[in-house]
Design a protein around this ligand. Structure first.
Ligand code: SF4
Length: 425
């Protein structure tokens, strides 16, 4: 059994190949969950690892309480966030841990089907899951039916209502949900969507219990989490860390720039944090007063030579191209935000007016999409205007920084390579 106070947990016995079912069972011991899984999940304080950080037990109980003969558990391993590679790492090392978590929850809520969703561009993740599902089918045909699905690779395709919609009728569009919580359905069957890392944690809590899980982390943010560290680092990595570990310690593992200008936390829909806060513990209760959160477990390091406004503009432009274009504020608002940032970064007219319009557009767009895609972009823009406040003022006065001029040839955030315009599916 893994000691409760040691790491790694999720990446235990990590190898360059996915663990086979036999290796997995040797590593993680018993495959049957303890009796009172729902109570253990509640006591563990496990929060979803997909980005929103919603309490897992609340979501599980909600679907558990739905009266229906048919239910689904959906494994969300879509990982549309370009700077995140944690779910991919998990699939490539421990696919059975993710499937154990899904089977535990299927048993708990009464689901007969498990839909495993991996983005269709993620070839190694698909192969790992195909093999793992095949191994389980050869072992036993009892239990919930496991099926692999490969939705299109888009940022919002992994949003839970978009994923459910795609499984239902092949259209990968987020759905308007007037009330929350809202029961997502495939046909008439209620659906429980859980992120791959969350499910791996469920598998461990199911085996070892809540107090074991709480052996790491803080009282409000228990356990460990996977973090993708990239940007100005010598070695981009995915690592497992105890929640509450200082940011500086995490960055040291990736040989990061020791004096960064800022960090992007939570992903492209996350927020900038000034480089002066490197001693802050990595957990939501400590990050929240600084306006940031753990989100999807992404840390991107911005070096001092880069221009934060230009880098933000590039991310916002990319996010605008990823919009599903079914809501006006998102379809027209996000390109307008990218345009506004371009005018602030490289003023061609009245830059003060451009900045004022940019702030007004943030107010107008927020909260008006079917999903939270535009809200994430607004959050990013607002944090950029705050963290890079001095640079913004200089740019507006016509004194653009050297970083903004160099950025024509240099990108501090390297993952923006996806095609600009893709056919929407
Ligand atoms: S807010 Fe944007 S991404 Fe979300 S559903 Fe509407 S158009 Fe699509």
């Amino acid at each position: 059994m893994i000691e409760s106070s040691t790491l790694p947990r999720l990446m235990h016995e990590a190898s360059s190949r996915p663990l086979s079912l036999a290796q997995h069972e040797q590593t993680f011991a018993a495959a049957t969950p303890i009796g009172s899984l729902l109570e253990e999940l509640e006591a563990s304080g496990l929060a979803g690892r997909g980005g929103a950080g919603f309490p897992t037990s609340v979501k599980v109980r909600f679907i558990h309480d739905q009266r229906s003969l048919h239910k689904y558990v959906v494994v969300n391993a879509m990982e549309g966030e370009p700077a995140s590679h944690k779910d991919q790492s998990l699939l490539n090392t421990h696919p059975h841990l993710v499937l154990d978590g899904a089977e535990y929850l299927a048993g708990l809520v009464g689901a007969k089907n498990i839909a495993v969703c991996v983005a269709r561009d993620n070839r190694s993740g698909i192969n790992a899951m195909e093999r793992a599902i095949h191994e389980r089918a050869r072992r036993s045909l009892r239990g919930p039916k496991l099926d692999l699905h490969t939705p299109p690779q888009r940022y919002v395709a992994g949003e839970e209502s978009a994923l459910t919609h795609w499984l239902d009728d092949n259209e990968s569009l987020p759905q308007f949900r007037r009330t929350r919580p809202h029961v997502l359905r495939i046909g008439h069957a209620p659906v429980l969507v859980q992120n791959a890392e969350t499910l791996a944690n469920v598998a461990l809590i199911g085996r070892f219990g809540a107090s074991w899980y709480r052996g790491l982390g803080t009282s409000n943010s228990p356990g460990s989490t996977l973090v993708s560290v990239s940007g100005a680092v010598a070695h981009p990595i995915v690592m497992e860390t105890e929640l509450g570990t200082p940011l500086r310690t995490i960055l040291n593992y990736a040989d990061a720039d020791s004096d960064p200008q800022a960090l992007l936390l939570g992903g492209y829909g996350g927020s900038w944090l000034s480089g002066e806060h490197l001693d802050t513990p990595y957990c939501n209760e400590e990050l929240a007063p600084l306006g940031v959160s753990v989100g999807a477990g992404v840390l991107v390091v911005l070096p001092r030579k880069a221009c934060g406004i230009v880098e933000t503009q590039r991310v916002v432009q990319w996010m605008a191209n990823e919009s599903a274009r079914q809501c006006g504020p998102c379809a027209f608002g996000l390109p307008a935000l990218a345009d506004g940032l371009r005018h602030v970064a490289r003023p061609t007219g009245d830059a003060t007016l451009a900045l004022q319009r940019l702030e007004e557009r943030c107010d107008v767009i927020k909260g008006r999409g079917a999903c939270h895609h535009p809200d994430g972009v607004v959050r990013l823009v607002r944090s950029a205007l705050q963290v890079f406040e001095k640079d913004v003022a200089r740019h507006v006065q016509g004194d653009a920084c050297k970083g903004s001029l160099d950025s024509r040839h240099y990108a501090a955030i390297p993952q923006l390579e996806r095609a600009e315009e893709l056919v929407w599916e």
